[in-house]
Design a protein around this ligand. Structure first.
Ligand code: UGA
Length: 449
């Protein structure tokens, strides 16, 4: 592998940056491509979905991600979009693989899209490196290396560069990361990936490929574990009169533990934690080892939205039949339109299965494929969703919910019963506004007026 003989230049133009082909125009690929363009590189983003590429070519952005549309517009002269793999690879120094790796029926990561990218690289003689950013099982890099060798691309370097960006703040996380992890067997490729990140503010850690792949899975598993642990503490608080919010505030001040990812709620979802914990479990199982702690982390999370529904049902006298429930929030977290594996899916589906009528509200969420009927009941505002309802449940911590006229909502509801699945509101205040207010890991407050 020979490094291209010029350095990135954030002023752009012919002399500026490396030529990077990003495969995948999803949440990761678009952010990666747009950020590399901002750093001065020439970027072509390739996807197989025609609609997506058409949208991007006509100046639109197919996903909601804070600051992404602006970044793409500002760096339009260094960004192109294509459906054609050969066109993307032509002249590229580096291929960044950002395709999705969804769960198979067996829980393993489905790597078929990665192999399609690798297969399309045949004859890419000018290529200096292939970098995988997609989350993959440990050992994938070794297999990709072997596939490149078989394709006559022995001169092309290989690196793993896992992403740690969170949706909703991915642009910020890319440009100001806690760390950039680079796994590579050859120092030249590691150096090239370091050069690509010139201008990014954060420490770089270079290691072997397998360890880099493992860092990503271990980090997500530990973050998920922190939340599930907090949710279990919350359950114990509920039955013993303690307040999980106060407990967590004090526990998190211990610098060894930290305050992050200790927000109790109806569980974690999204495109990463559920898929990655399944993939890590499957990977351990495939090697003959049962990852017991991780299994518990997942089990606790599966239970969390179901417990919320059961508690609400008990409060309503044991049945949802003929009742109307407002579901406030569909996206898996605030700040995103992403609904993949969102707790709202389980919550809304359970309610419907029990015979309730569901009315929902969310400011951004895409239509939920797993519960398409939800779109039909979507309301323009939280108060509209709650009007005439027998209960409401907050599923996503949208800041808009802090601005709701809750006194007005209490009067508009048939029964002012609110389950706050994200501990967003103040229990005493909600009680004083006339609500029976239930939340996670805190004592239920009954209306005081
Ligand atoms: C997560 C990681 O935070 C990123 O570092 C990682 O790069 C990304 O997965 C990935 O693998 O691509 P993300 O899924 O976008 O990012 O969202 P998070 O902010 O981590 O939230 C995940 C879920 O946990 C959400 O459902 C959120 O509501 C829930 N959560 C989070 C809690 O219930 N409590 C908390 O204290 C924090």
């Amino acid at each position: 592998m020979s490094l291209p003989g010029f350095r990135p230049n954030s002023s752009g133009g012919d002399a500026g940056g490396y030529r990077i082909a990003v495969f995948g125009a999803g949440y990761i690929g678009l952010v990666t491509g747009a950020c590399f363009a901002k750093l001065g590189h020439q970027v072509v983003i390739r996807d197989i979905q025609e609609e997506r590429i058409d949208t991007l070519r006509s100046g639109g952005v197919p996903i909601h991600e804070e600051g992404l549309a602006e970044l793409i517009a500002e760096n339009a002269d260094r960004l192109t979009f294509t459906l054609d793999a050969a066109e993307a690879v032509r002249g590229a120094h580096v291929v960044y693989v950002c395709v999705d790796t969804p769960s198979t029926a067996a829980g393993d990561a489905d790597l078929s899209r990665i192999w399609q990218v690798i297969d399309s690289l045949r004859g890419a003689d000018q290529l200096a490196a292939v970098v995988v950013k997609s989350t993959v099982p440990v050992g994938t890099g070794e297999q990709v290396r072997a596939a490149l060798d078989r394709a006559g691309l022995q001169h092309v370097g290989y690196a793993s560069n896992p992403e740690f960006t969170a949706e909703g703040r991915a642009v910020h996380d890319f440009l100001h990361p806690d760390r950039v992890v680079i796994g590579s067997a050859d120092p030249e490729t590691a150096k090239l990936v370091t050069l690509l990140h010139e201008g990014v503010e954060g420490p770089e850690i270079v290691m072997d490929v397998a360890s880099a792949e493992m860092v990503k899975l271990a980090a997500n598993a530990l973050l998920a574990a922190k939340i599930s642990f907090t949710n279990e503490i919350a359950t114990v608080c509920e039955t013993n009169g303690a307040d999980v919010e106060q407990v967590v505030r004090a526990v998190g001040l211990d610098h060894r533990l930290g305050p992050h990812f200790m927000k109790a709620g109806v569980g974690w979802g999204g495109s990463c934690f559920p898929k990655d914990s399944r993939a890590l479990q499957a990977m351990a199982n495939n090697g003959g080892y049962a990852f017991q702690m991780l299994r518990a982390v997942v089990d606790v999370n599966d239970l969390q939205p179901r417990r919320a529904i059961q508690r609400l049902k008990d409060e309503l006298g044991g049945a949802f039949h003929d009742l109307t429930v407002a579901v406030l929030g569909i996206a898996f977290k605030a700040g995103t339109d992403d609904v993949r594996e969102a707790p709202s899916t389980i919550i809304a589906s359970r309610l419907v299965a029990e015979g309730a009528t569901v009315r929902c509200w969310d400011p951004l969420a895409r239509p939920l494929k797993t519960a398409p009927w939800l779109s039909a009941t979507r309301c323009a505002s939280p108060v509209e969703a709650m009007t005439g309802a027998d209960a409401a449940i907050i599923v996503t911590e949208w800041p808009e919910l802090l601005e709701v006229d809750w006194a007005g909502a209490a009067s508009a509801m048939a029964r002012p019963l609110l389950f706050d699945g994200r501990n967003l509101l103040d229990p005493e205040q909600m009680g004083s506004l006339g609500f029976t207010y239930m939340s996670v890991g805190r004592t239920t407050v009954r209306a005081s007026r």
